[in-house]
Each structure stands twice: as C-alpha cells, then as structure tokens.
Write a new protein. Structure first.
Length: 308
C-alpha cells in the first residue's frame, strides 16, 4: 500500500495531473472516434450507392412498364385494326356475294321471262305467221332488253364505284384518326418520359449537393477535432517538457546539493582527521612530557631518598 501510494505521488509529480494511462486512454478514444467516423462515412457512401442503384432500378422498371403499356396498346390497336379490316373484308365479300346472287336471280328471271316471251312469240309467229311483225317485235324487244341490261350494268357500276369511293374515304379517315391517336400517345409518352427524366436529374443534383455539403461539414468537423486534439497534445507536450525540465533541473540541484553535502562531509572528515592527528600528536607530546616529568620526579625522588 505504501509503495503504491508513493508510486502515485511520484507519477503525479513526474507527469503532472494527466497520467500516461489517461493520455493513452484519451489517445485510444480519439483514434476510435476517428475510425468510427471513417467507417460511418464509408457506410453512408455505400447506402447512397444502394439508394442510387434502387433509383436506377426504379427508373428502368418505370421505363419498361411505360414501354410495355405502349407496346400492349399498339398491339391492341393493331389487333383492333386487323379485326376491323377482317370485318370490313367479310362485309365486302358478303355484299359482293349478295349482289352476285341478286344479279343471278335477276338474270334467271330475265332468262325465264325471255324464254317465255320467246315461246309466246314463236307460238304467236306460228299461229299468226307474222314474220315481219315478229322480227320487228323481236328487234324492239332485243333493243329494250339490251338497253335495260345496259342501264342495269351502268347502275351497278355506278353503285360499285360509289361504294368503293366511300370505302376509300372511310379507310383514309380511319388511318388519319389512328395516326393522330398514335401521335397523341407518343406526345404524352414523350412528355411523361421528359418529366420523369427531369425529376430524376433534379433529384440526383440535390443528392449530389447534399452529399457535398455533408462531406464538407464532416471534413470541417474532422479538421476542427484534429486541430483541437493537436493543440491539446502540443499544450500537454509543452507542459510535460516543462515539468521534465523542472524535474531534471531539480535532480541537477539535488545532485549538486549532494555533491556539496559530500564535499562538506569530506571537509569535516578531513578537519576531523587533522584534529585527530593533532590530538594524537598532542597526546603523544603530553605522554612524552608526562614521562619526562615522571623521570624528573623520579630523579628528584631518588635524590630526596638518597638525602633522606
């Protein structure tokens, strides 16, 4: 417990308020924040790419849907046109067949009437023997029949030409109406495609602008964080260098004080040694003086004893 306590005191005096473990933890947190910011940016870019791919897929799907609808309308229109043409051809064939049947019935009736008239004329000629009258009548009858046939043929030709002209006019009008409808459909489709393309272009422009602004803000924040981190690290480094210099200067002062104390101790020891040497010399001189004094005393004692 005392060792840990003095270790904490020594670390606090050496490194100041910020310990290396706290500085390392703060550095790891900043590295983790920077890594998370890069990962978040990459995730945002991937998400924007996915959104762009979805928008392109949606645009292709809508375009294909419009093309399929236009193709289906065109197919339906062509099928309706073919059905109408088939109905018109069938009606024309039926009308032609009906006119042919009527003409054939009329021709049969005419032939029957003609044969009857011929039989009656023959019988009349045979009965009356009026060859001249019969010839005149036959010629007149032939002329009338020829004129009637020619009138009938003229009327039929006029009706057919009139019907054919009406059919051509109806076909031309129908084709004109169909072309106008196709032009309207193409114009509406082109307008829708142009509006869709303009909306997609505007949305992509807005997305790019928003992405650029977001990137600029993130770069500015990252630059601000890096500057603040660099400033804090430089301040901490300067304070740590100042404390290190102060501790180095204090250690130098302590070493100098230790040298001075050692020199003082050595000077005291040297003085003590000198004093001891002098004291030993004085003791030796005192012993010699005491011995001399004892010798004098002994001499005087011997002299006194001898006198006694």
């Amino acid at each position: 417990y005392l060792a840990r306590k003095f270790f904490y005191l020594w670390a606090k005096i050496t490194f100041g308020q910020v310990l290396p473990s706290k500085a390392r933890c703060f550095y790891d947190q900043k590295i983790l924040q920077k890594t998370f910011g890069e990962w978040k940016e990459q995730w945002t870019v991937c998400r924007e790419k996915k959104l762009s791919l979805r928008a392109d897929h949606r645009y292709r799907h809508l375009l294909l849907n419009f093309i399929f609808k236009a193709w289906r309308a065109y197919v339906c229109q062509q099928q309706g046109k073919r059905n109408k043409c088939y109905v018109a051809e069938s009606h024309a064939k039926k009308q032609t067949l009906l006119r042919t049947w009527k003409h054939w019935l009329f021709y049969v009736d005419v032939q029957r009437t003609k044969h009857g008239m011929q039989s009656v004329a023959l019988a009349f000629r045979e009965r009356r023997c009026l060859r001249i009258s019969w010839a005149v009548w036959r010629r007149q009858h032939y002329q009338k029949c020829s004129g009637h046939k020619m009138n009938i043929l003229a009327l039929q030709h006029w009706a057919q030409s009139l019907q054919f002209r009406a059919w051509l006019q109806w076909q031309e009008l129908y084709l004109h109406i169909q072309n106008e409808k196709q032009k309207d459909i193409r114009a509406v489709t082109h307008h829708q495609h142009w509006e869709l393309r303009r909306c997609v272009g505007a949305w992509l422009g807005y997305l790019n602008l928003h992405r650029v602004k977001k990137r600029q803000n993130e770069l500015a924040q990252e630059f601000h964080r890096s500057r603040m981190l660099q400033r804090c690290f430089s301040d901490w480094q300067l304070s740590w260098l100042c404390r290190r210099r102060m501790h180095a200067h204090q250690r130098d002062l302590e070493k100098q004080a230790a040298r001075i104390a050692l020199w003082r101790v050595f000077a005291h020891w040297k003085h003590y040694v000198v004093l001891c040497v002098e004291e030993a010399q004085q003791c030796e001189l005192a012993e010699k003086h005491y011995e001399c004094h004892l010798l004098v005393l002994q001499k005087y004692w011997n002299c006194w004893k001898s006198h006694l």
